[in-house]
Design a protein around this ligand. Sequence first.
Ligand code: IMP
Length: 422
Amino acid sequence: MANTILIGAQWGDEGKGKIIDVLTEQADIVVRTQGGNNAGHTVYLGPKKYVLHLVPSGILRKRKTCVIGNGVVIDPVNLVGEIDGLEKLGIRMGSNLLISETAHLVFPYHRELDAQREVLKGKNKIGTTKRGIGPAYGDKAARTGLRMIDLIKPDLFAEKLRAKIRENNEILKAFGAKPLSYKKVLEAYSEAGRRLQPFVSNTVVYLHQACQAGKNILFEGAQGTFLDIDHGTYPYVTSSNTTAGGACTGSGVPPHRMDSVVGVMKAYTTRVGEGPFPTENNEFADFLHNLGREFGATTGRPRRCGWFDAVATGHATMVNGIDEIAVTNVDGLDTLDVIRVCVAYRHGGERLDYVPADASVLAECEPVYVEFPGWKCDTTKSRRWKDLPPKARSYLNAIAELTGAHLSIVSVGPAREQTLFL
Ligand code: IMP
């Protein structure tokens, strides 16, 4: 498999967790490179369901090393909770988990500021996960953040935290929010620091040596292309680079070491939070929610749903350099008579074949659809490409062609065996 970057080609929740889990079989190392515990990767192993937030999904397989890279923002208390939860389920963590010493930390004041800023924005809110992601990356960019390397040096950490709490309590007071207790935060974070210390290392050097030794590395993306801070529907985005470039900056592995980019997309489109979504369709959303599908893994929020948007996935191919695509949730369309695909946008009498940069323009775009006949049968038992009904194959071939990448994986259900390789 060599070194593969796997990214979401839509607005997140494309089913990356499952595809990563399947591809991990061929990988030696799995690396998370951006985002924080705003992500939620759901993986089913037999009857067991695992929701991973920060720990790479490779942890569910034996003899894989998992790396939380420098580009990730870590809430250490939450990460300890996730590790404990996984250990309770029988997943052991030792030298198979490495945490970058330069990953930045998320603190309770980041979460509180995230929530307060959303309230202040009123109807223009972003609809964040309230995990403090934006304010934590804000501190990183402002060069005022604390990192894992600080957390594991108790005396220095106590001193740096005191200054941060003092400063942020002033800001919280201005919002009319309750100030934080330095003592309580220090206690909780010091304990988390003690627990995480054995995992903390120089992951840049580790990954460099792994590349030299010819190891196969899988870079697992979180969120999706249109939530990218640079290439997404700004300001309705997350605060990291969710596109392929983020895998390099968030791990320290240079671009020429990357061999391929796999884009994961649903056979339709979903989005959580606010922001433009041209193919959104409430009737289709009700249909999927009534099937018990499309509720967020991290927040439980019902996702907004719409038809497949090939303008968006084509754009994702462009900014990520996607070579291959994995299409998930095909079974979600099994009972439909007609399936629509957006092939262009119409805006002010003009036809657009690209995603406009201005979110307010995108919000005004009307999708131009082509229709495909539904296959009206159960695909969940398909195990090979040729088991799929011909109409499903035509649909998948068409969306791959419109996206401009090679179709290589199709997923027809949450289980590992419900994965078809072309
Ligand atoms: P934040 O990342 O919590 O700041 O949220 C910013 C935007 O990204 C909101 O619209 C969130 O709903 C969205 N978002 C963040 N993480 C995910 C994810 O893992 N899947 C889908 N949407 C996400």
